[in-house]
Design a protein around this ligand. Structure first.
Ligand code: ADP
Ligand code: MG
Length: 634
């Protein structure tokens, strides 16, 4: 969470100059960058006038990575070195990857490391590094187009992304040399793009449904806007359902029609998928589509797919999205009659059957006049502009929810949820546990995310140990485990034995995420390859950035450090600040940037407290119990 955000209104650095900030929709299939110019948010095109950048990277041993159309268009010729849909893998463990494996024609490196690595001619790469290439390309496009370096970016993630996936997305930005002002959920960004926050509904409150069917993910979010505050009432969906699955449905049809046996040649598979995808897209405009395919045995196949047949193929998939919509409505405790607007997001919402079925479910025509491909990037740009401090006096706060429940392992392999899904962020909750053996002096804490009761069915996020518990009889120790999640949805867990005051704290680094050391060495490696000029410019910018962060923290501490921090917390922050100041003299921009991140992580709890206060102020007169610390809510 950027310290920038905690500057109080009216106290931001003067004199004011427009800070260059961009919104990035880092999509599974396509990515976009947008920014606000002359108070209009627009997506930025490349030199050929194309706005969408395919999220595809082709690696080679001799040249820098190729990103976008060129990589996508040559994928069939070089399938093993061309990585598409890295977002499906980001922040995931090897086990998840093996589950998805059937669809992925890559060569995974067999290692003991929990993070999957893909073997390419350009080296063994993690999904984080692949995404970093996409981000770099978009950032360069924005800087060329805006004529200067970016102060920061807002990157969107599916509402359904768990902690590990969010953290990995941030890591990719770090590798790309970008400062993340905020991770924003895609549906929230779409609502901002449509100005639903500024809409005059008469009663100052609106409930909106955002239906996002992209290439690789489906998200449904129910948002409520009350007096300038967005709340995500419910977030649901399926992180493994999208246009790719519609392509696969068509591809299976082709396999049947053409009588092709199951064949594992990655090149043919790619060609088949391309043919299927093109037919699907044509069917959005036309009643039927012709398909042609060269088969590996030298045969040539052609056929015609009409819309009725296509609709029958994809209907079960659309049905799954509608089931998720009904569930989200239930979670949000609203009925379709309570929905004021339905927004369509994602390229797949161009499919006529999708529009029909969504309209049918909600009983109204959905909004779709902003290009469904661009709407998320546009919303992110508006938010980035705001967070960069370019819209003084505008203090729209976006409140998000956690998509999946967070809990810890208890006896018998069961999960005790601490923060239920759909809790508004930022949030903090605690619960007390006790020892079960006489004289027990240590307790293992296993943090999990998911909706299931059994540990085995949930995602393991982290493990740590609380040691030094004074020996007592079983059941006498009182161990308070506290979960705190910041506005980006990132989690910190601490545990303290209440009678002795022994405590332990972890920043949840997911078990299968990248370690700080790995990021640092990747950062070093990427810096070694960067040009000298670029490095010098980055160094200058990072120093300025670092100085700004230092000043922001110093002045925050002077204003309310005493009121909000106890002595130990204050000491921890002072220590971190001293370490940070030492790093500011480093000649490596990456190190400074990394140090900024580290300082922000250390201070996150403090920032969150300050933010909670701001939220209290913004929501004066409303019930706030749901999102304050438990000790304040009793
Ligand atoms: P993501 O958010 O996953 O990156 P996008 O929102 O860019 O995805 O959507 C990409 C998906 O939209 C792809 O599956 C693509 O085939 C599909 N798509 C794009 N245009 C059309 C169209 N005209 N008809 C049907 N599907 C389309
Ligand atoms: Mg998308």
């Amino acid at each position: 969470m950027p310290l920038l955000q905690i500057a109080e209104p009216g106290q931001s650095a003067a004199p004011h100059r427009h800070r260059l900030a961009a919104g990035i929709d880092l999509g599974t299939t396509n990515s976009l960058v947008a920014c606000v110019r002359g108070s209009v948010a627009e997506t930025l095109a490349d030199a050929q006038g194309r706005h969408l950048l395919p999220s595809v990277v082709r690696f080679s041993a001799t040249a820098p990575p190729l990103v976008g159309h060129a990589a996508r268009d040559t994928a069939a010729a070089d399938p093993l070195n061309t990585i598409a849909s890295a977002k499906r893998l980001i922040g995931r463990g090897l086990a998840d990857v093996h589950r998805l494996g059937g669809h992925l024609p890559y060569c995974f490196v067999d290692t003991d490391s929990a993070v999957p690595r893909i073997r390419t001619a350009g080296g063994d790469l993690t999904p984080v590094e692949v995404s970093a290439e996409v981000l770099k390309t978009l950032a360069r496009r924005a800087e060329d187009s805006l004529g200067g370096p970016l102060t920061g970016v807002v990157i969107t993630v599916p509402a359904y992304f768990d902690d590990a996936q969010r953290q990995a997305t941030k890591d990719a930005a770090t590798l790309a040399g970008l400062k993340v002002l905020r991770l924003l959920s895609e549906p929230t960004a779409a609502a901002v793009a449509y100005g639903l926050d500024r809409r005059d509904t008469g009663d100052e409150e609106g409930v909106h449904a955002i239906y996002d069917l992209g290439g690789g993910t489906f998200d449904i979010s129910i948002l409520r806007l009350t007096r300038g505050v967005f709340e995500v009432l419910a977030a649901g969906g399926d992180s493994a359902l999208g246009g790719d699955d519609l392509d696969r449905a068509v591809a299976h049809w082709v396999i049947e029609q053409a009588g092709i046996g199951a064949d594992n040649d990655p090149g043919t598979l790619r060609r088949l998928m391309q043919v299927a995808c093109a037919a699907k897209e044509r069917l959005s405009q036309e009643p039927s589509a012709e398909l042609q395919l060269d088969l590996p045995d030298g045969r040539h196949w052609s056929g015609t797919l009409d819309r009725a047949t296509f609709n029958a193929l994809i209907d079960p998939l659309i049905g799954r999205t509608l089931t998720a919509c009904r569930r989200a409505l239930r979670d949000a405790r609203v009925s379709t009659a309570d929905i004021d607007a339905v927004v369509l997001v994602g390229g797949s919402t161009r499919v006529p059957l999708v529009r029909e079925r969504v309209a049918e479910l909600f009983g109204r025509a959905p909004l779709g006049d902003i290009d469904p491909d661009r709407v998320v990037a546009i919303g992110a740009a508006i938010q980035a502009d705001l967070l960069a401090g370019n819209r003084p006096g505008d203090d729209l706060l976006l409140l998000d929810v956690i998509p999946l429940s967070l809990g810890i392992e208890t006896m018998g392999g069961l999960v005790e949820p601490l923060i239920p899904r759909n809790t508004t962020l930022p949030a903090a909750r605690y619960q007390e546990f006790t020892t079960f053996k006489d004289g027990q002096t240590a307790m293992a804490i296993h943090v999990l995310q998911g909706e299931r009761d059994l540990v085995a069915d949930c995602r393991s996020l982290a493990r740590f140990e609380l040691r030094g518990i004074p020996p007592m009889i079983a059941g006498a120790a009182r161990i308070r485990v506290t979960f705190e999640i910041d506005a980006d949805g990132l989690l910190r867990v601490s545990a303290a034995e209440q009678t002795s005051g022994v405590s332990a704290r972890v920043e949840v680094k997911p078990s299968y995420g990248l370690s700080d050391g790995e990021i640092e060495s990747m950062l070093r490696a990427s810096l070694e390859h960067a040009g000298e000029d670029l490095a010098a410019r980055r160094l200058h910018e990072q120093r300025l950035d670092g100085e700004r962060v230092r000043e922001a923290l110093r002045s925050a501490l002077a204003r309310d450090g005493e009121a909000l921090l106890d002595t130990a917390e204050r000491a921890r922050i002072d220590q971190a600040l001293a370490r940070f100041e030492a790093t500011l003299t480093s000649t490596e921009a990456g190190m400074i940037q990394y140090a900024i991140g580290a300082l922000e992580r250390t201070c996150a709890f403090y920032v969150e407290r300050r933010m909670n206060r701001t939220i209290h102020a913004a929501m004066a007169g409303r019930r706030v119990v749901e999102f304050v610390h438990p000790e304040q809510s009793s």
